[in-house]
Design a protein around this ligand. Structure first.
Ligand code: NDP
Length: 338
């Protein structure tokens, strides 16, 4: 059983060498009487929150630290090989938390979602039809209170979540602008994902000027994925009674000291509503989400860009690549295609 082992707690930017790919000779077997699952992992998801789990966490949060010496865990798509749980049978497909290894024992199958629709690429359940898709959906529709015709700005717009927020907002009738860290990504936003406009924040360090050029009348909704300097600049362009969905702040995850935000008083002056949210609190909406999104995928109204690497041994580089913007679209690790 090939595994990606977490070597020890990380500070600063994570490195490939913080993980090690090893072969385990221990035979995995479902213990007698267990209500767990033995699964074969097919696709693994690289998600920015996994960086939080690489630190020794001494503050209140929604996840635990990874255990040094054990395989890292995260969202993935897997096939059930043996089941002790009434909701799953041998051969079923699921998405949920699993190990970064070829085979895993899942001890809490009730947290996994059975995959019923297999006429879409299975890897979509790490992204568009999994946790990031739900994040985009609830973040936009439940947190942002959008109205047709409003202006929406999305940072890290070419990633797993951002590309979907943009498409949901466009289909809803908003004017959509995104920022991303390369020309290739900006091109993708404008020419494939249907954004009205986009800019490369690395080539245009004057973020305030870039925002004023793309959104001269201001921003009604900011979907926040990045934090730091971007948030500061956006606050200057927010309209009266604008909404900010604080989804994530990836620019801060590897800093010892988070950056200060200087323009926060705009929240007061402009009566802005800024709301953080965690997707886990909204999983009860998953059936409603599928009902809306599956037809949109089949009709070609929503497209999804994935960046796949083949093989567990390429997982660590793909995971740390999230923090340098290496991924173009949703970063997926293929463990096995069958
Ligand atoms: P992405 O697929 O967008 O990958 C991360 C991207 O972030 C990179 O490709 C890079 O793109 C950008 N990035 C990395 N470092 C920086 C930096 N210092 N400054 C600006 N941009 C940076 O990830 P996701 O779509 O999965 O996640 C997007 C955000 O959503 C994250 O903040 C994540 O933590 C959050 N999230 C929150 C959830 C919740 O429940 N609240 C659930 C899921 C995700 P680029 O080339 O553009 O720089």
């Amino acid at each position: 059983n090939k595994q990606v082992i977490f070597k020890g707690y990380v500070s600063g930017f994570p490195k490939e060498t913080d993980m090690e790919v090893r072969e385990s000779t221990m035979k995995l077997r479902l213990p007698e009487g267990s209500n767990g699952l033995l699964v074969k992992n097919l696709y693994l998801s690289c998600d920015p929150y996994m960086r939080t789990r690489m630190a020794k966490l001494d503050f209140l949060t929604y996840v635990d630290s990874f255990r040094p010496g054990s395989p890292i865990t995260g969202y993935g798509v897997a096939r059930v090989l043996e089941s002790g749980h009434p909701n799953f049978k041998k051969g079923n497909l699921l998405w949920g938390i699993t190990g970064w290894e070829e085979y895993s024992l899942i001890t809490a199958p009730e947290t996994c979602f059975k995959i019923e629709h297999t006429d879409v690429p299975l890897s979509y359940y790490t992204g568009l039809l999994g946790m990031p898709g739900m994040t985009a959906y609830v973040g936009f529709f439940e947190v942002c209170s959008p109205k047709k015709g409003e202006t929406v700005f999305i940072s890290a717009a070419a990633g797993a979540v951002g590309q979907l927020v943009g498409q949901f907002a466009k289909l809803f009738g908003c004017y959509v602008v995104g920022s991303a860290g390369s020309r290739e990504k900006v091109d993708l936003l404008k020419n494939k994902l249907g954004f009205n406009d986009a800019f490369n924040y690395k080539e245009e360090p004057d973020l305030d000027a870039a925002l004023k050029r793309c959104l001269p009348e201001g921003i009604d909704i900011y979907f926040e994925n990045v934090g730091g300097k971007m948030l500061d600049a956006v606050l200057l362009s927010m309209k009266i009674h604008g909404r900010i969905a604080a989804c994530g702040m990836i620019s801060q995850y590897n800093l010892q000291q988070p950056e200060g935000v200087h323009n926060l008083m705009n929240v007061v002056f402009k009566g802005i509503r800024m709301q953080g949210f965690l997707v886990f609190d909204y999983y009860h909406l998953y059936p409603k989400f599928l009902e809306k999104v599956l037809p949109q995928i089949k009709e070609g109204k929503i497209v999804y860009v994935e960046d796949t690497v083949e093989g567990l041994e390429n997982g660590p580089a793909a995971l740390v690549g999230l923090f340098s913007g290496r991924n173009v679209g949703k970063q997926v690790v293929v463990v096995s295609r069958e």
